[in-house]
Design a protein around this ligand. Sequence first.
Ligand code: ADP
Ligand code: MG
Length: 386
Amino acid sequence: MSTQKPERHEFQAEVKQVLDIVVHSLYTDKEIFVRELISNASDATEKLRHTQLSEKDIFDADLDLEIQVTSDEETGTITIQDFGIGMTHAELIENLGTIAHSGSKAFLNALKADGERNENLIGQFGVGFYSVFMVADSVKVYTRTWQLEGDCLCWSSNGDGAYEIEQVEDVRRGTRIVFVLKDEYKEFAQKDKLEGIIKRYSSFVQFPIKVDGDEFKTVQALWLKGKSDITDEEYKEFYKFQANAFDDPRFWLHFAADAPISINTLLFAPTENQESFGFGRMEPGVALYCRKVLIDSEPKNLLPDWLRFVRGVVDSADLPLNISRESMQDSALIQKLNKVITKRFLKTLEEKAKKEPEVYNDFLEVLRRLPQRRCHHRLYAPRPVA
Ligand code: ADP
Ligand code: MG
């Protein structure tokens, strides 16, 4: 392709539908666009790392694999740059102009099944890249494929039915997304605001993230590592980070399962039960992730009510595709997860009763002090052990 004027393309009908919903949605957590763009950057970087294993000829081979976020509060501009695989001309059309990819497709299916415009679905599925149009009127995507032969391209759109692709110059390998926030969302360009959002959703991204040049502290996704590679200190530190806690955990439970559903789980029993200090009823605090990206920090029904003071992480790679009709909180999938996790938790309690009765008794004490405990689980009949 030689340098020429921008080509104009129509979005596929389904994309228009998603864009229309996203742009006009009343969905309140607009900030998830950060999560979506950073997870795309991370996916693209991960793919590059993978490609490096098998391919010798890689464009811009010496770039550091990091994600750079920059913001300009004055103009309300945010830039998110990765040095991942980038996109060719055909890939741009396929990936950003059609709905060939998972997240938005699942969103549309759920929407159809639901029969109405459910704003909440946006949060659950992310609607991926298109979520940026919730906060920005115009978006530019500069990209250069990892392949030696390739063009420097700029994709741009106002989210209104069409996009343009133009040849440009001097784009590094990977993708740089630049957008100007709508007036009412300019606050997202404040550095501390951005860092807060990244901390909430993207702390476990495995590549360094820089915000306005400063390295952002990412955290290892401990739940995906092998138990034997983790020290007790690391577990305790992770608990404090994840639960925003100051105590040490009484014990933890770390397991992976493939059937009936693929999960990696790390749960902590706190030393203290905050409800007993008169802080009011605790909200569930076991967060739900899909491949290290936060889906919901306080999902209801993931654990039984009497375990509401337990903290930790459940990560399921099966998550986005399996969610169907019902809203996620009552879905069969959550029930399945609940069952698997509760069973493992009770099994751990039994083991503690045998091997570490003092830990078990302490835990019972925490349970006993739950002011409004309701536990009808047939397996659950803990008694102190001598
Ligand atoms: P999903 O991530 O669920 O596939 P998205 O809407 O977030 O859906 O992204 C659509 C597609 O666009 C991705 O699957 C990917 O192929 C491509 N894409 C998005 N962002 C990037 C990026 N930073 N680098 C390379 N490709 C990207
Ligand atoms: Mg995505």
